[in-house]
Design a protein around this ligand. Structure first.
Ligand code: ZN
Length: 122
C-alpha cells in the first residue's frame, strides 16, 4: 500500500517538474532570440551611422513596406533603387548598398517593383 501511495504522489511531481522545465527552457530560448535580434538591430544602425559616405542605411526598408507612408511630402513619387528595390526614400538619395542614385518613381510603380521582386508590401 505504501509503495502505491508513493508512486501516486511522486507521479504528478515528476510531470510538474517536466512541464516547469519545458516552460522555463522555452522562455529562455525566446529571451535569447529576442536579445539576439535586438543586438543585430542596434549593431546595424550603429554601422549605418559610422559609414555616412555609404548612404543612409535607414533607407533600407525591411518587412512589409508601406510605400504610401514613405511618401512624406505626398507628391505621389518616391525614390527607389533599381537594384535594391527595398531601398526607398522620399527625397533624392543614394543607395547605401551599391551607391547608385535612387530613381524617382510613382508610388504604384515602386509597389509593383517590390511585388515583382518578392518584397512584402503593406
Ligand atoms: Zn542599391
Amino acid at each position: 500500500m505504501l509503495r502505491i501511495n508513493f508512486k501516486k504522489s511522486i507521479f504528478p511531481i515528476i510531470i510538474g517538474t517536466f512541464i516547469f522545465t519545458a516552460l522555463s527552457t522555452s522562455n529562455l530560448i525566446a529571451q535569447c532570440s529576442m536579445m539576439k535580434g535586438h543586438g543585430n538591430h542596434s549593431g546595424h544602425s550603429e554601422h549605418g551611422k559610422q559609414s555616412t559616405d555609404g548612404g543612409d542605411t535607414t533607407l533600407i526598408r525591411k518587412g512589409a513596406i508601406d510605400v504610401d507612408e514613405l511618401d512624406f511630402d505626398i507628391d505621389g513619387y518616391v525614390y527607389q533603387d533599381q537594384m535594391h528595390w527595398n531601398v526607398i526614400s522620399d527625397k533624392p538619395a543614394e543607395c547605401p548598398l551599391c551607391g547608385m542614385k535612387l530613381e524617382k518613381v510613382k508610388i504604384k510603380d515602386a509597389i509593383r517593383n517590390l511585388k515583382e521582386n518578392d518584397f512584402q508590401v503593406k
